[in-house]
Design a protein around this ligand. Sequence first.
Ligand SMILES: Nc1ncnc2c1ncn2[C@@H]1O[C@H](COP(=O)(O)OP(=O)(O)OP(=O)(O)O)[C@@H](O)[C@H]1O
Length: 391
Amino acid sequence: MDKSLASSREKHRPNRLASDLIYQGWREEVKELVALLNKPLLKSLLSVHDAVAQRDFEPTLPPIPDGVLEEEEDSVKIVSLVKTKEPLLFVRALFHYDPNEDPAVPCKNAAVAFNRGDILQIVSTEDDTWWQACHVRDDASQAGLIPSQQLHERRVALQRPKALFKPRVKPPGPSGVGVNELKRRLLISNPDHYGVTVPHTTREKRRQENEGVDYHFVSVHTFEGGILNHRFIEYGMYKGHYYGTSLDSVHQVMAEGKVCLLDVHPSKIKHVYTSEFRPYVVFVKPPQIEELRLTRRRAKFICDEDDTNLVRIFSEEDFEDMIDLAETMENQYGHLFDKVIVNGDIAVVFRELKADLEKIAEADIQWIPAEWSCSSPTKARRSCGYLTGWI
Ligand SMILES: Nc1ncnc2c1ncn2[C@@H]1O[C@H](COP(=O)(O)OP(=O)(O)OP(=O)(O)O)[C@@H](O)[C@H]1O
């Protein structure tokens, strides 16, 4: 498309178009159109289009030095090396790094410390083990060494889960950290916006239960077919009956136009880690033990002892297990989490979570793996190193 077309669209920015259409009596359609045109994805698409139409992407070449063309040589080749303003790549850190705690870093003073969530500009990936990067938040920041993706992945793979050495911890076990409480509060706060999945089970339907509301009641044959066809995100057996959460049940919630609140063990996140679901993963972790004791004084939780569900109050041992298990999970799966919240004061935590989810829904902006930016639905392996795309 040529410049004249691009500049003609410039004149028809949403506001001008909107007032023309409102004048013609298209008020509702106009609102929808303006909302659509203001979506970040569409805006980016239009700005890329304009850049291409105006050939903005071409580097500005420096002028040819005086006298070069007057030289007597038969053929003069002018080679210009131009470094564009384009950076090598931006990444968002998925783990915390402190060179002072890293005995392997070649030079602590030449390394860059960062926290989970920081945005870094990668300057060099030439070395397999140590990359060079600087912080984006800070214009004056110097580039320095950071562990490469490969190095960090190797380190994580070598980490032994702490739980293996702690016989009291029973992963995945009842955590009681408050995931259901937060889900329940989100649902009540906006039932038109949030939804939850209906699980499948092979046990008999009880009188007060409804098919498709409490559970999908299915035969063992159907359930096992679902397992074979990888239709379950998570499943297990309790008192001789299967229970599970299927991918289809997530589709059902999404088909109603709702955000699906899904509670899964971190090891199962990979099943929904696709461009189709684009999950936003929130890890709920317990506060320090003093705050746990204080906030959970009156709380009760369901635990499974000798195959029986018991409702009981938290013991000191439950608190310690909860903290240990959360630490193990965060070490092992921290790279999969978009947000970590510490569930201390429930009212404060709920407000924070709700505001965060609303911000994401409104802005329609989320960090995603770079491979999801291509059009076909893809599964991604979120590496424990970095995420490299931002949409
Ligand atoms: N921040 C909090 N302050 C006080 N009580 C809380 C808080 N968070 C959760 N609770 C209470 O702790 C108990 C266990 O919470 P909840 O059932 O939500 O845990 P859960 O993580 O979903 O556990 P499970 O995975 O075992 O189902 C409930 O009685 C809940 O009301």
